[in-house]
Design a protein around this ligand. Structure first.
Ligand SMILES: [Zn+2]
Ligand SMILES: [Zn+2]
Length: 376
């Protein structure tokens, strides 16, 4: 006589799900049931039919009803597939990350799930910082009737470019514009397009780097250019932090750091780049999103706006020090603090200014800060 094993024929489960028990029953026969997994890298099964999820993939569990005096041995195949929804944020890995250089964009890296190996999210481009020219040195002095040469060296990467120093006997050319120091990438050859003259134009009072001047000998030095325009991305070479210029010579937005491994980040009150001091007035959307290294951050006193998902998924974050008193519900972006400190929410402390102890908790929680985080 045949034995009949009934029950669910296939299961689809997600990696991370709890153990489950097969609902098989012997509806005809009197053998005893035993279980075997065809791939123990996917699931294992106990002698009572309890299934443990081990890995991603698809396999069968074979249920066997043993042969008895009255019945033949019978088998039933139950298919089990385990899929990955990449929900475990601790099982993530960044690949293909690249630091930005002066003239070469970097990349924050793609996010992969290490459980299943699939790509979970694309990275973003870290803009090239642009060269940071020094004040320059005179290689060849200009004379009354022959041009001289000025050499500039990038303080980040060592690239060089030269400029013509007009001969002192010639009338000066008043159409010369302050050259943009972010763009000069040529090395070696003299470049008359970059000529400036005597500080009569092109350099605003905000531009102090390599400030132009005319020496008593009549030799002309060149300016390194006007302050970067709105939208330009500038970098603080000593910290690697990048900023977008919002108001030239006045305010910038904090975008992130070329160094993704920093544990403690200070979004400063002000920053000086190429001799120009800017107020740091905002933090960009996604500035620290999914930063797995960050444990503490200080938000400077001039910050009036925090972008969407700025600290989203900063799972190791333990300390946020807010110095600014200027945040409002509508100036803090959606999900700015969602999943911040998710490794252990109760270890996250947010320090807020005294003045804001009543208003900030509401704002921060509305923007995703865990209810378990302490606000002091
Ligand atoms: Zn996955
Ligand atoms: Zn450079």
């Amino acid at each position: 006589m045949p034995q009949v094993i009934s029950g669910t024929a296939s299961y689809e489960k997600t990696y991370g799900d709890e153990n489950f028990i097969l609902d098989v029953q012997l509806t005809q026969g009197d053998g005893s049931l035993s279980y075997r997994s065809e791939d123990e890298n996917v699931v294992t099964v106990s002698k009572d039919g309890e299934v443990t999820i081990v890995g991603i993939g698809k396999t069968n569990i074979v249920v066997i009803a043993s042969e008895t005096a009255a019945y033949n041995k019978a088998e039933k195949y139950i298919s089990v597939s385990i899929i990955c929804k990449h929900t475990d944020e601790s099982k993530r890995e960044i690949r293909n990350a690249k630091q930005a250089k002066c003239m070469e964009n970097g990349y924050t890296g793609d996010v992969y799930c290490t459980i299943c190996g699939e790509k979970v999210a694309d990275g973003t481009v870290i803009p090239a910082s642009g060269h940071r020219w020094n004040e320059g040195e005179v290689i060849t002095e200009a004379t009354a009737d022959s041009d001289g040469v000025m050499k500039y060296t990038c303080q980040n990467c060592g690239a060089e470019r030269t400029e013509r120093i007009p001969a002192t006997g010639k009338p000066t050319d008043d159409t010369g514009q302050g050259n943009n120091s972010e763009q000069g990438g040529n090395t070696g050859s003299s470049d008359s397009d970059h000529q400036t003259n005597g500080g009569t134009n092109g350099s605003s009072s905000e531009n102090t780097a390599g400030g132009s001047s005319q020496t008593s000998s009549g030799k002309q030095q060149t300016s390194s250019g006007a302050a970067p325009a709105a939208g330009a991305v500038i970098r603080n070479p000593s910290t690697g932090d990048t900023y977008k210029v919002v108001s030239p010579g006045r305010t910038v937005e904090y975008r992130g750091s070329v160094n993704q491994n920093k544990k403690a980040v200070n979004v400063p009150d002000t920053v000086v780049v190429d001799g120009v001091r800017y107020q740091v007035a905002s933090i960009a959307n996604n500035a620290f999103k999914n930063n797995k290294k960050l444990t503490s951050v200080v938000i400077g006193k001039n910050v009036t706006k925090i972008g969407k998902k700025a600290f989203f998924g900063c799972q190791k974050l333990k300390k946020i020090t807010i110095k600014t008193i200027k945040l409002k519900t509508k100036t803090v972006g959606a999900k700015a603090f969602t999943k911040a400190g998710s490794k252990n929410y109760s270890k996250l402390t947010v320090k807020v200014p005294k003045k804001c102890k009543k208003t900030y908790p509401k704002i921060l929680r509305k923007k995703g800060l865990s209810g378990r985080a302490k606000i002091k």
